[in-house]
Design a protein around this ligand. Structure first.
Ligand code: FES
Length: 105
């Protein structure tokens, strides 16, 4: 499925991320700036933080407790904040847009 990563400056990077990879892996493996993912996806660094429009949440799933706890350490969270290492790509994600924050922690 095609996922669009939107940089803080507005640049759109469109990547075909394989099903089963995380949204974080799709960014890191394709050198998308702004997703740092220091812990490599273990949900213990909060540097894979990004904004995902709430209209997508029924499709991508709600954050679990682990994700919500770790999000408290992320920079400038909003009500549409997610940790992208916890979002596993499914076929239905085609067209998903990820907004990358201006900084990670
Ligand atoms: Fe560390 Fe997501 S990569 S919390």
């Amino acid at each position: 499925p095609s996922i669009t990563y939107i940089q803080p400056g507005g640049t759109h990077v469109v990547i075909d991320v394989p099903v089963g990879q995380t949204v974080m892996e799709g960014a890191v493996q394709n050198d998308v700036n702004g997703i740092v993912a220091e812990c490599g996806g273990a949900c213990s660094c909060a540097t894979c933080h990004a904004y995902i429009d709430k209209s997508w949440w029924p499709t991508i799933g709600e954050p679990d407790e682990l994700e919500l706890d770790m999000l408290e350490f992320a920079y400038e969270t909003r009500d549409d904040s997610r940790l992208t290492c916890q979002v596993v790509v499914h076929e239905s994600f085609d067209g998903l847009q990820i907004r990358i924050p201006s900084e990670q922690v």
